[in-house]
Design a protein around this ligand. Structure first.
Ligand code: UN1
Length: 513
C-alpha cells in the first residue's frame, strides 16, 4: 500500500496510531479498550481506535442533549451554511478520504471517491433543503381560524452504520439531520472505525471554526453492546440503522419497546430481469458491475439474474465471458475490477454459500475460490462466482455479502419473472432490462416489483442521492437521503389559531355555559 501513499492520506485526515473513538465537537472521552483496524487490502494494521464505555457514553449524551438546546434555535438556513462548509471540506479532502475508504473497506479507489462524492452531493442537497422544510397550510372548518403544520427539530439522532459504505451512509443521515436541527451520535461499524474518526475530524474542524456547541456531531465506537446503549436510550428519539436483517430486527424491537422511531436500511436480494427485448450489451455491463462491484458487498448488489429462456444461453455466455476478463487485486490499483472482501469471516460465508448452492443442486458456471500468494496476502480476495440456481433454493433466498451471482430462468410472460423477483423476503432494489414498453410499465406498476427501488435499463446498484433510498419487507421500510426522507428527522406539529372573540368548537359541537 506504500506505493499508494496511504500514510500521506492518513496524515491529511488527522489520523494517528491510536485514535480517540469517542468524541464530541472537541472533547475526547474514549476510555474503553481499543479495536485494531486491519486493511483487507494487504492485511496491515491501519490504526487503533478506543471504544466507548458506559461512562463515556453518558458524557457524549450530556454533550449531545445540551448542544441540541442551542442548535435547534439556529435558523435552518444557517444550519445549512454549516453543512455547506462541511461539503467544502469534503471536496478538499475527497482524495485522502476516498483512499482511506478504499484501504480500510476494500472497495476500489474509484468507488471510494464515488462514496465521498455521495457525501458531497447530499450536503448540497441538504443546503437547499434547509430553506425548504415546508409544512402545509390548510383551511379550518371554523370561522376566524387558521390551521397549519410545522416541522420542528427532533433531538438526538443515533446512527448505526455498516462497513460497506463506511462514510456515505453517515453523511446521508447527518447532513439531513443537521439542517433539520438535530444533533447526531454515530456508531460506525467496528470493521471500519478509522473512517469514522476521519469523518469526525472533518466535521469537528467546521464546528470549531464556527464556534458551535459541543456535541452537534458525536462519535462512539464498539460492537453491538455500544449500539444497545443507543437503542435503549430514551433521550434518542430516532435510531437510524443500516446493516443486516438480523441486526435490524434487534434494533427495531429495542427501539419500539420504548416507542422510539427507527429508520431501517437492511439487507437486499436484488434481481435484474432480462426479457427477450433486452439490450444484451447493457445487460452485461449492468449485471457484472452490480454483482462484482464492491466485491458484491453493497446492499444494492445484484444477487440474482432472472433471464427469459429464449435468450438464456446467449445472456449466460456473454456474462460468463465478461467474468473471464475480470482482474482481481489491490483496489487502489485502478486497473483491477474486484477488490477483497472485508475480512476472513466474510470469506467463510462466501465459501459456505457456494458449498450450499452446490448441495442444493446449483450448477457452477464460473468457479469461485479464495486467492492466495503474491498480492493476496490478506487472504480476503475471492473469485466472483456464477451459479445456475433455482429461486426456491434456501441459499438463493438469503443475502450473502459476496460476489456470487445466481442465474435463474423464466418462461412465458414477464409476470413470471416478476413473481420470482418478488419471491424473497427482502425488497430493496430491482431492475428490468427491456426495450418493451409494456414489460417495463408492468414491472413498475402496482402489480410489478415490490421493492423500494425499481429501475428500467439500469442495474440494481448505484442509486443517486436525490431519490429516497430504502426498501420494503425485511429490508426494513426506511427511506434515507433524497426526496422527503428528511421528514423522519423532524417532529410534526399541527397548529390551529383562533383570531376571533368566539370559541366555536370543531365538528359543530355545542357546549353552552
Ligand atoms: C448500501 O449498500 O448500503 O445505490 C448503500 C448504491 C449506493 C448506496 C448503497 N448509492 O449502490
Amino acid at each position: 500500500a506504500e506505493n499508494f501513499r496511504i500514510h500521506e492520506a492518513l496524515k491529511q485526515l488527522g489520523l494517528a496510531q491510536i485514535n480517540d473513538g469517542t468524541s464530541t465537537g472537541s472533547k475526547n472521552f474514549g476510555s474503553g479498550e481499543t479495536i485494531s483496524s486491519y486493511s483487507p487490502v494487504d492485511g496491515a494494521l491501519i490504526g487503533k481506535v478506543t471504544t466507548t464505555s458506559k461512562a463515556d457514553f453518558e458524557n457524549v449524551m450530556e454533550a449531545a442533549t445540551s448542544a441540541f438546546k442551542d442548535w435547534r434555535l439556529m435558523p435552518a438556513p444557517q444550519r445549512g451554511e454549516i453543512v455547506r462548509q462541511f461539503g467544502e471540506k469534503l471536496r478538499e479532502l475527497k482524495e485522502p478520504l476516498g483512499k482511506l475508504v478504499s484501504y480500510e473497506m476494500g472497495k476500489s479507489y474509484q468507488e471510494g471517491l464515488g462514496e465521498v462524492q455521495e457525501m458531497i452531493d447530499i450536503c448540497d442537497f441538504a443546503v437547499g433543503l434547509s430553506r425548504q422544510l415546508h409544512g402545509l397550510t390548510m383551511h379550518s372548518e371554523r370561522p376566524g381560524h387558521r390551521m397549519y403544520e410545522q416541522y420542528h427539530p427532533l433531538g438526538v439522532v443515533g446512527i448505526i452504520s455498516a462497513f460497506n459504505f463506511p462514510v456515505a451512509v453517515w453523511a446521508w443521515n447527518t447532513a439531513l439531520a443537521w439542517v433539520c436541527g438535530d444533533v447526531c451520535v454515530w456508531k460506525p461499524s467496528e470493521k471500519t472505525p478509522m473512517c469514522g474518526v476521519a469523518c469526525q475530524n472533518i466535521i469537528v474542524q467546521v464546528l470549531k471554526e464556527n464556534h458551535l456547541p459541543e456535541g452537534i456531531s458525536c462519535l462512539i465506537n464498539g460492537d453491538y453492546k455500544v449500539g444497545e446503549m443507543m437503542t435503549s436510550d430514551n433521550r434518542i428519539p430516532l435510531v437510524s440503522a443500516t446493516g443486516s436483517i438480523r441486526m435490524g430486527k434487534i434494533v427495531a424491537q429495542a427501539v419500539a419497546a420504548r416507542l422510539g422511531k427507527s429508520l431501517l436500511e437492511l439487507g437486499g436480494n436484488n434481481a435484474i430481469i432480462v426479457t427477450p427485448d433486452a439490450d444484451i450489451k447493457m445487460t452485461v455491463i449492468g449485471a457484472v458491475f452490480g454483482a462484482v462491484g464492491t466485491a458484491g458487498q453493497r446492499c444494492t448488489s445484484t444477487r440474482r439474474l432472472i433471464v427469459h429462456e429464449s435468450i438464456y444461453n446467449q445472456v449466460k455466455d456473454a456474462i460468463v465471458s465478461a467474468y473471464e476478463q475480470l482482474k482481481i487485486g489491490n483496489p487502489l490499483d485502478e486497473t483491477n475490477h474486484v477488490g477483497p472482501l472485508i475480512d476472513s469471516d466474510a470469506v467463510k460465508m462466501y465459501e459456505a454459500a457456494l458449498k450450499e448452492a452446490k448441495n442444493e443442486g446449483g450448477k457452477i458456471l464460473v468457479e469461485g475460490g479464495v486467492l492466495s500468494g503474491d498480492g493476496y496476502e490478506s487472504s480476503c480476495y475471492v473469485k466472483p462466482a456464477i451459479v445456475e440456481a433455482n429461486n426456491s433454493f434456501k441459499i438463493v433466498q438469503e443475502e450473502t455479502f459476496a460476489p456470487i451471482l445466481y442465474v435463474l430462468k423464466y418462461s412465458g410472460d414477464v409476470e413470471n419473472a416478476i413473481a420470482q423477483q418478488n419471491g424473497v423476503v427482502q425488497g430493496l432494489s430491482s431492475a428490468i432490462m427491456t426495450n418493451n414498453l409494456r414489460e417495463a410499465e408492468h414491472f413498475l406498476s402496482s402489480s410489478g416489483s415490490d421493492c423500494g427501488i425499481a429501475n428500467v435499463n439500469i442495474g440494481t446498484s448505484g442509486a443517486e442521492i436525490g431519490g429516497a433510498f430504502g426498501g420494503e419487507k425485511e429490508t426494513g421500510g426506511g427511506r434515507e437521503s433524497g426526496s422527503d426522507a428528511w421528514k423522519i428527522y423532524m417532529r410534526r406539529q399541527t397548529n390551529t389559531i383562533n383570531y376571533t372573540t368566539e370559541l366555536p368548537l370543531a365538528q359543530g359541537i355545542k357546549f353552552d355555559l
